[in-house]
Each structure stands twice: as structure tokens, then as C-alpha cells.
Design a protein around this ligand. Structure first.
Ligand SMILES: Nc1ncnc2c1ncn2[C@@H]1O[C@H](COP(=O)(O)OP(=O)(O)OP(=O)(O)O)[C@@H](O)[C@H]1O
Ligand SMILES: [Mg+2]
Length: 367
């Protein structure tokens, strides 16, 4: 499968006088992904982002947007075709929320009607009531202003969105809410997003891939799982301890689900010679609706493999396949168990998750 590349940096550098603030940075951003750039203050995140839409011209290297070198594109058009959510929100204080959202549409001389309709649509997209459109930025909370910033960036319906610490100026709770909203929104709008943050939890949460910058150099690039397993000392100290466990929050438990579980239907006998039993202590009893009635330890079966209803031990509380590995591990630790049954919304038995498989995932055997 060939993947479409939306943004590509090839050995891009930025010099201010003798100062190389971005140093031969290369990465590609695939269409539809959220690519996160992270690093300490002053490492060159904003500069890198602004070079993509040429708000800052680069000194050397190539920048391609949808396969075309930005040097060949008209800078104004390029900027308008890429949504940009700036650090510290940056709403224009003397304009209403509607005028702020529709700012690019006014610049491109769209009709007043279109500006109004688009502002109404977008303010709903970011979860604010339409009667806020007549307010001024100072009449909104920080989190609400952040949402307006996102709406404004979406106004020209760009394929690519650059977000510079878009949720930096709000309290942790609002921040988490905005991150969840972004992920939900992204499921429907599917933009290519380059997202800058200095918060590693945020990077793990929203990023499909993460690039870590240190003094202008890209020192690490990969999926959250790859990032936490790096040997690089700077990266390790930057992401901190406990990061590995946090990454498990981004992985669905379905990835470590044991589907080949020994089953027996409630009115049958267990075939004690079956290969599938090897390595298992229990067999799971299902009814004709594929609901799991519980399990029977193999050593309590009659010699011919038969059992009575009374021998069935009921399942511990089950979970659905969409919970995270972190949640599953916490649940097993909390309940003192080594496995967890997984059922779908209709209670159909999907298999079990073994604590061991989660540990293997951390160790990299399956990662
Ligand atoms: N116009 C400029 N002239 C000279 N140096 C600059 C200029 N703009 C930025 N710099 C320097 O370039 C470096 C990178 O700045 P940049 O804004 O990209 O950092 P950042 O990673 O976004 O930091 P923060 O997390 O604080 O936003 C900094 O050391 C900064 O001082
Ligand atoms: Mg910055």
C-alpha cells in the first residue's frame, strides 16, 4: 500500500545570523495523520512549523507540500491553503467571534452570507453555541478561545492544519477535554495535522508519530511505542519515567486479545485430547448465543470430559475490546487477576487478555 505524503522536509535548516536554530531537519507527514513535534522551549518547534507555510522562509533544504516544493508556490496562497492555529491563540480582540472565524473568507472575498454560514457551522463543529458569534474574544474563557482558534483555522477548509501548542493556555482538565475533542473531530475531518507541544502526555495522546527536537536537531522520530523504547539518553530524560505505561493508554486491548481460547458448549463434553487445550488451565463454556457462562478448570472435569452446571465458575467482570491496554492492566492489578474476559456490546465472548501478553507488549515481543 502506498501512503500519500502531505508534507515533507528534506534537510531543512534555518539560520539567524550564525545561529542555526533549525539544523537539517527531515521528516514526512502522511495524509490524515497527526504528527507531533515536541521538545524543550527554544528548540525550534515554532520555527519549523512556520517554515512549512513559509511564514518564516527556510535557509536551506527543501519543503514539499502535497509533493510541490514551496519555493514554487505563491506564499500567500500557500498560507491560505494551510490552516494555522497559533501559539497563545491570537484572536483579534476588536473583531467578533464570527469575524475572527471568517477572517480568511473575508480576505478571499467570499460573500457575507457564506462567511456567516461557515462561522455558524464551524462554531458548532468545535462545540460552542452559535450565539457566541456576536461576542468578542475577551468575553470567552481561555478554553473557549482555543476552540475558536481551531474553528478559524478550519474556515478555508484546508487539507493541512498546523497547530502550535493549541491547548497550551488552559488548565489541565480543559486541556484534556480539548484533546479528546480534537481526536473525535479528526475522525470526521481527517486533516493532515502537524501539532506542536512541549507536553509529552499530550504528544502520546494525540500523535500517530512523534518527532523530538533538541537544539534545532531532530533527535528521535517514531510512533509513541518506538519513542518510549529508545536508548537515547536525552529522549529518555525528556519523556521521563512512567512514559511506557502512559503509552499503553494509546493502544487498544484488542491488539493483545487471545482469540484462540478453548471453548465448550454448555451441553457438550470437553475433548481432553484436543490440541487447543495445551497450555491452558481452564476451558470456557459458551451457550448457543456465544455468551460465555463461565469457565471450568480442566482438573475438575470428569475423566470423560463431562461436567455439570454446578462446576462452572462465573467470569470476573468483563470489558469491551476498545479499552486501552493500560486500563486492562490497571484492572487486573486492582482485582489481583492474571487475565480479563473481553465481550462485545452484545455480551458475545471475544476472548481473554492475559497479563503476560500486556507485559510482552511492553517488552517489545509484540510491539
Ligand atoms: N527572529 C529571530 N531572530 C533570531 N533568533 C530567533 C528569532 N526567532 C526565533 N529565534 C530563536 O530560535 C530558536 C527557536 O525558536 P522557536 O520559537 O522555534 O522555539 P520553540 O521551540 O517554538 O520554543 P517555545 O516552546 O518556547 O515556543 C530560539 O532560540 C529563538 O530565540
Ligand atoms: Mg514555540
Amino acid at each position: 500500500m502506498t501512503r500519500e505524503i502531505s508534507v515533507e522536509l528534506q534537510k531543512v535548516s534555518k539560520l539567524y545570523g550564525q545561529d542555526k536554530v533549525v539544523d537539517e531537519v527531515s521528516f514526512t507527514v502522511e495524509k490524515g495523520e497527526i504528527f507531533v513535534l515536541i521538545g524543550p522551549s527554544g528548540c525550534g518547534k515554532t520555527t519549523t512549523l512556520k517554515m512549512i507555510n513559509q511564514l518564516i522562509p527556510h535557509t536551506s533544504g527543501n519543503i514539499l507540500v502535497n509533493g510541490i516544493d514551496v519555493a514554487e508556490l505563491d506564499a500567500v496562497e500557500l498560507r491560505r491553503s494551510i490552516g494555522y492555529v497559533i501559539q497563545y491563540i491570537g484572536l483579534l480582540p476588536h473583531l467578533t467571534i464570527q469575524e475572527n472565524i471568517a477572517f480568511v473568507l473575508k480576505l478571499t472575498k467570499q460573500s457575507k452570507k457564506m462567511q456567516k454560514e461557515k462561522a455558524e457551522e464551524l462554531i458548532e463543529t468545535v462545540g460552542l453555541p452559535t450565539n457566541y458569534l456576536t461576542r468578542y474574544p475577551r468575553e470567552l474563557s481561555g478554553g473557549q478561545q482555543q476552540r475558536v482558534g481551531v474553528a478559524r483555522a478550519l474556515a478555508a477548509n484546508p487539507d493541512i492544519l498546523l497547530m502550535d501548542e493549541p491547548f497550551g493556555a488552559v488548565d489541565p482538565l480543559t486541556r484534556e477535554q480539548l484533546q479528546n475533542e480534537l481526536l473525535r473531530l479528526q475522525e470526521t475531518i481527517r486533516k493532515t495535522i502537524v501539532f506542536v507541544t512541549h507536553d509529552i502526555q499530550e504528544a502520546f495522546k494525540v500523535g500517530s508519530r512523534i518527532g523530538i527536537l533538541k537544539q534545532g536537531k531532530l533527535v528521535c522520530l517514531g510512533t509513541p511505542m518506538e519513542i518510549v523504547k529508545t536508548d537515547d539518553e536525552f529522549v529518555k530524560s525528556f519523556i521521563g519515567q512512567g512514559a511506557l505505561f502512559e503509552v499503553l493508554d494509546t493502544i487498544e486491548v484488542s491488539r493483545v486479545l487471545e482469540k484462540e481460547v478453548p471453548l465448550v458448549s454448555e451441553n457438550e463434553k470437553v475433548d481432553r485430547t484436543a490440541d487447543i487445550l495445551s497450555g491452558w488451565d481452564n476451558v470456557f463454556v459458551v451457550n448457543s448465543d456465544s455468551k460465555c457462562l463461565g469457565y471450568i478448570p480442566l482438573n475438575t472435569l470428569e475423566p470423560d470430559g463431562s461436567f455439570s452446571k454446578g462446576q462452572i465458575i462465573s467470569l470476573p467482570a468483563s470489558s469491551t475490546p476498545d479499552i486501552s491496554v493500560k486500563f486492562a492492566v490497571e484492572k487486573m492489578l486492582w482485582e489481583g487477576r492474571t487475565w480479563l474476559p473481553i465481550v462485545d456490546e452484545k455480551d458475545g465472548f471475544k476472548g481473554i487478555v492475559l497479563f503476560r501478553s500486556c507485559a510482552d507488549l511492553l517488552a517489545g515481543d509484540r510491539g
